[in-house]
Design a protein around this ligand. Structure first.
Ligand code: FES
Length: 591
């Protein structure tokens, strides 16, 4: 495929790499006067710049109405200024996206995962069609980061990513504590089960649950930036920085920090280095760099969504990465970070003690992270962080390697007669390592949410709540579920495990298993389970099973018929027709 869009130019007249080897096809001599007329009209200052300056595309995943993305156009303008001042031509453009938090728990969520593909399609399309020589992407919300990297992998021109940054901490005066988006979601469970109260610490306890939830909604998100815990956005940004695809510190620098603006200026220098040294995505997206992504995700307790996104990025880059790699890395990497959702702190707290580069420095020194991989600075990862401060000795966020939260990673790959092609569990150990309970099946997430709204999920007997027909094809769109897990946490239901062929939000915690494969819509065993069957999840044997014989499952299969496709036109119908299974990243270009 790349031959189709590859430039035939390799070196310039001086024997050095040609920095404008793609755009030169439009701009040399007078080969395409119409194209050059258009480019002059769009802002190329003179003939010299037209014929020699590299064209750098700057893609912000910008739109208003979401804190993760609302500032990305401004970051793009800062990058444009810096790129232009270094003698290159900068072309800003935009991609669409959606807010995971805003769409979560309603039908809009079905559109979220497919935006990863639309972002990748957009970056690939503009870069190749407009003959850009290099590409800087500026993503913010969950699907944005893998979408941008997949776009880079497809066009394979010198590229780097600037993460929009994490949000600051919120504070609720009524609850008298720091709050964030997950505090809001979990309050939903306490609200439904009527246990939302002010702390009984000698202060005011007179506020109603409506006043408390109103206060939370007003203060959980105090400005621009992605959700503050080790949820999907921060997980992906951290991993991508550890793969060498963004500048040191990008993933932990808060959105509102002046350092984020400085990063935009530094990106211009880095993209020039990438052009001059021909550092292309295929040199950065390697098995070694994916290994680093997995190590950071395990050490910091990242989101299960990372599994899906790393698989998708690897498939796109042609790197062989399988579910077994996740289990192998999880087995050897200790879980160190006391970060939300399972822990107490937020990315803004980690920034205060040195940020992600200080953690990388620790893990490189321990031989857990590969410091020799190349990066967009032209240096290795180890060189990038060698002058970064080490984590302070009195910090409490990153546990000592000798006394981790858990001696192995929290992400477990499960297989068994419930999920023959795999499932992904997030098990921090706090919730135990084994769970067995009676199945209660819900055909869509909305049914479970309604049951929780009614207070219809009882305390007491162990239950495995199964939400099915929410996979990549069945959803369609493999919608992300948070409402139920947050409500269960908020309601203090400790007798529950959640299992789905959809996904769980990076903000979820508790005993949860997602990405069950094959999914229900294609007749996976999850479609055949019935209420009352006993389902067992075992993180020690990495298994998920149902106590039903093969013969009985086969009998039920004969009675099963695929559901009628409810979406038959439009973007979701296209997605459902093209999408691969979750164990191959749920991408749309794997034929
Ligand atoms: Fe964008 Fe959470 S909604 S990162």
């Amino acid at each position: 495929y790349l031959d189709f869009v590859r430039s035939s130019e390799t070196t310039g007249v001086d024997g050095k790499p040609m920095l404008n080897k793609y755009s030169t096809h439009l701009t040399r001599e007078h080969d395409f006067p119409g194209a050059q007329a258009m480019l002059f009209a769009a802002g190329v200052p003179d003939r010299q710049a037209m014929q020699t300056a590299p064209h750098v595309g700057i893609a912000s995943v910008w739109w208003e109405g979401n804190p993760c993305n609302m500032h990305l156009l401004d970051l793009g303008k800062e990058v444009k200024k810096a790129v232009t001042s270094r003698g290159m031509l900068a072309w800003q453009y935009n991609t669409v996206g959606v807010s995971d938090a805003i769409t979560m728990g309603n039908q809009g969520m079905r559109f979220s995962l497919q935006t990863r593909e639309i972002i990748a399609d957009s970056v690939e399309t503009v870069t190749c069609a407009q003959a850009h020589d290099a590409n800087i992407t500026i993503p913010g919300c969950d699907k944005n980061m893998p979408g941008c990297i997949m776009g880079m992998a497809r066009h394979n021109r010198p590229s780097l990513m600037i993460y929009g940054g994490t949000i600051d901490k919120g504070y609720s005066k009524l609850l008298r504590k720091p709050v964030n988006i997950v505090t809001c979601y979990e309050a939903f469970g306490a609200y439904s089960y009527d246990t939302l109260r002010q702390p009984d610490d000698g202060g005011d306890t007179s506020k109603t649950k409506d006043e408390i939830i109103d206060d939370l909604e007003r203060h959980a998100c105090p400005g621009a930036g992605a959700c503050g815990g080790m949820y999907t956005a921060n997980t992906m940004a951290t991993a991508i920085e550890s793969m060498g695809l963004s500048l040191p510190g990008s993933s932990s620098t808060p959105a509102n920090s002046p350092a984020k603006m400085r990063e935009c200026a530094k990106a211009a220098d880095a993209i020039k280095v990438c052009l001059e040294q021909e550092i292309t995505p295929d040199k950065l997206l390697t098995k070694e760099s994916f290994e680093n992504a997995l190590v950071m995700t395990m050490a910091l307790g990242g989101s299960t969504n990372a599994v899906l996104h790393f698989l998708a990025m690897a498939v796109t880059a042609g790197v062989e990465l399988t579910l077994d790699d996740f289990q192998r890395v999880s087995n050897k990497i200790p879980f160190l970070a006391d970060l939300a959702p399972s822990g107490k702190y937020l990315m803004a707290d980690l920034y205060e003690i040195g940020g992600v580069p200080s953690v990388q420095k620790l893990l490189i020194a321990a031989g857990l992270l590969n410091g020799s991989i190349p990066t967009v600075t032209g240096k290795t990862l180890a060189e990038n962080v060698e002058n970064w401060p080490s984590l302070p000795s009195d910090q409490v966020i990153i546990k000592d390697l000798k006394s981790p939260i858990k001696s192995s990673g929290h992400i477990q790959i499960l297989k068994g007669n419930f999920a023959p092609a795999g499932a992904v569990a997030k098990i921090t150990g706090k919730e135990g390592l084994r769970f067995s309970g009676k199945a209660r099946c819900f055909e869509k997430e909305v049914q479970l949410n309604e049951a929780l709204n009614r207070g219809d999920i009882p305390h007491g007997e162990n239950l495995v709540l199964i939400v099915r027909y929410e996979g990549p094809k069945g959803g369609p769109g493999m919608p992300e579920q948070l409402k139920a897990s947050a409500a269960i946490m908020g309601a203090g239901l400790k007798n529950i495990a959640l299992v789905t062929d959809g996904r769980y939000s990076g903000a979820s915690h508790g005993f949860i298993v997602g990405h069950v494969c094959p999914e229900a819509a294609v007749g996976g065993p999850i479609a055949l389970v019935q209420d009352g069957d006993v389902v067992t999840i075992d993180a020690e044997t990495n298994s998920i099973s149902v106590d039903v014989s093969d013969e009985e499952l086969e009998r039920r299969r004969k009675e099963w018929s695929p559901p009628r496709m409810v979406v038959t036109r439009g973007t979701l119908a296209k997605y459902a027709a093209l999408v691969s299974d979750a164990s191959h990243g749920a991408v749309t270009d794997l034929f």
